[in-house]
Ligand binder design. Structure first.
Ligand code: ZN
Length: 501
């Protein structure tokens, strides 16, 4: 067994090296590579992903995994968990006939190009046949991988282990019944907030200085974490010793950078605080799931970053950098401005209160598409109807409606709920943290270390070792409960908009 484990680890090390190399190249291409090099970049990536695929599906790897799983008490816990995870991934993939899998990959590559053009041309009809096929094949593959499950449950499970429609139906019903009316009330009765001072000229050099300051305030290890500039910000980590966040600067929108840095910094804190013994594992060395990762970023962006105590803490530095622009504006006014809520058409620009309603619309539609009770032909009308009902706005065209996101064209049906779950988990973590410390007072003190330590102890250090469900249960003492999120938003927005006065 000792020899098997040794060879298993050597194989994983090759997989890690390929991941590392591809990741650095991808980061490089998005930040500094001249676009003219796209051809060579594409060829290199295609070679590396081919090598990665070979390593990931190698018969000898299958052999090591089977041997380890047959004698679980002869190996250490981390090795066992690595074998279990790989086995789980294999088991699903193996049930899909290779020709179906290939056809689906080709379909999605093509569909993405068609979608890009269709979005520019506002031409849903051009994209519809591709989407229709993607929906049919998603259902077909779910029937292969999990013949005993409802197809949409199998799809959800692919993104968040154990997630079912039952959980999401309850979650979104709460959003529909509690949040949608709150959004309407804010629009009808809420006070008018002044946000005009956020749209002035803010020097990009000064904004860069602010980014560094924000990273320090949130306890990012500056010797292991860097910041780059891109169009669509993201975070990537190659081990806990090399975590890279990115942001984008707009001269006339200073707040956009502030919250990008805090959001991506939230992802980076997770990656930078994974346990030493897991950090080089290509299987367990990253965050456990997309929604847990998103809960970490939204926790910092919204629950901490948009709290009055945090704004109060960083505001002197902002005023020091932009004294002219913010003359006569108090920290309280700044806090109100960055929390303005207004129903909008575009998900990625939505505020904290309305964001999850955008996800709810997508969830309801995906569920019906996969169940076969909604056809892709009727999708735009259904989309527009739900925006009218839940967000109270008219969708003027498909490019700002059903064509706005890239997910469906890329075959990522089932991905959207992670965004909403992440937000909801973060409120539950906040509630649980409050039992151990006065969170607001801790933020106000300016020392965020105890907050980061709490998160490291209960979430970060485990990487992919536990399931998302166990992370939540162990950190909070109970299963996921969306009521914490509803309570948090209700209290926050009733206060901001003075709805009880
Ligand atoms: Zn994120």
């Amino acid at each position: 067994m000792e020899d098997t484990v040794k060879r298993f680890k050597e194989h994983l090390e090759k997989m890690r090296a390929i991941d590392h190399a591809s990741g650095v190249l991808y980061y490089d291409s998005d930040t500094v590579m001249p676009k003219a090099n796209a051809e060579a970049f594409g060829r290199t990536m295609s070679y590396l992903s081919g090598e990665g695929y070979k390593l990931g599906t190698a018969p000898e790897l299958r052999g090591y995994i089977d041997a380890i799983l047959a004698a679980p008490d002869k190996v250490d816990y981390i090795t066992l968990r690595e074998a279990q995870e790989l086995h789980r991934q294999f088991a699903k993939l193996e049930r899909i006939p290779i020709e179906v899998f290939t056809e689906y990959s080709e379909l999605c590559s093509k569909a993405q190009l068609v979608w890009m053009e269709a979005k520019v041309d506002n031409d849903y009809a051009a994209f519809e046949p591709y989407l229709s096929k993607i929906v049919a094949m998603t259902r077909q593959m779910a029937e292969y991988t999990d013949p005993d499950m409802e197809p949409y449950n199998a799809v959800l499970d692919g993104y968040e282990r154990g997630l079912t429609m039952e959980v999401l139906d309850e979650f979104f019903a709460l959003l529909r019944n509690k949040l949608a009316p709150l959004v309407h009330e804010v629009m009808e009765r809420g006070r008018k907030l002044d946000t005009s001072f956020l749209k002035q000229n803010f020097s990009i050099d000064k904004q860069r200085e602010l980014s560094k300051y924000l990273m320090e305030v949130m306890c990012l290890p500056m010797d292991r974490c860097t910041i780059g500039e891109v169009e669509h910000p993201f975070t990537t980590g190659f081990s806990k010793y090399d975590v890279r966040i990115t942001t984008h600067y707009h001269e006339d929108m200073m707040a956009s950078n502030v919250f990008s840095v805090i959001h991506e910094g939230g992802h980076a804190l997770y990656e930078a605080n994974i346990a030493d013994e897991l950090t080089y594992s290509p299987v367990l060395g990253g965050g456990v799931s997309m929604s847990i990762h998103e809960s970490r970023s939204r926790f910092f962006e919204n629950i901490i970053g948009r709290s009055p105590e945090y704004v109060n803490l960083i505001y002197p530095k902002i005023v020091e950098l932009f004294p002219e622009q913010l003359k006569g504006i108090s920290s309280e006014q700044f806090w109100l401005a960055i929390n303005e809520s207004r129903p909008s058409l575009i998900r990625t620009e939505a505020d904290e209160l309305t964001y999850t309603l955008h996800i709810m619309v997508r969830y309801e539609l995906e569920k019906r598409l996969i169940a076969g009770t909604l056809s892709t032909k009727d999708l735009p009308a259904a989309w527009d109807e739900m925006y009218r009902e839940y967000l109270g706005i008219e969708v003027p065209n498909d490019k700002e409606g059903v064509l706005q996101d890239s997910h469906w064209s890329g075959g990522m049906i089932g991905y959207f709920p992670s965004y909403a779950l992440g937000s909801a988990y973060s409120a539950q973590f906040r509630h649980s943290m409050q039992k151990d410390m006065d969170v607001s007072a801790q933020i106000a003190s300016g020392d965020l270390h105890p907050i980061v330590a709490w998160l490291t102890e209960r979430i970060y250090r485990f990487g992919g070792l536990k399931t998302p469900k166990d992370i939540i249960r162990d950190a909070t003492g109970e299963d996921f409960d969306p009521n914490y999120y509803i309570d948090y938003l209700t209290e926050k927005y009733r206060r901001i908009y003075e709805l009880d006065k």
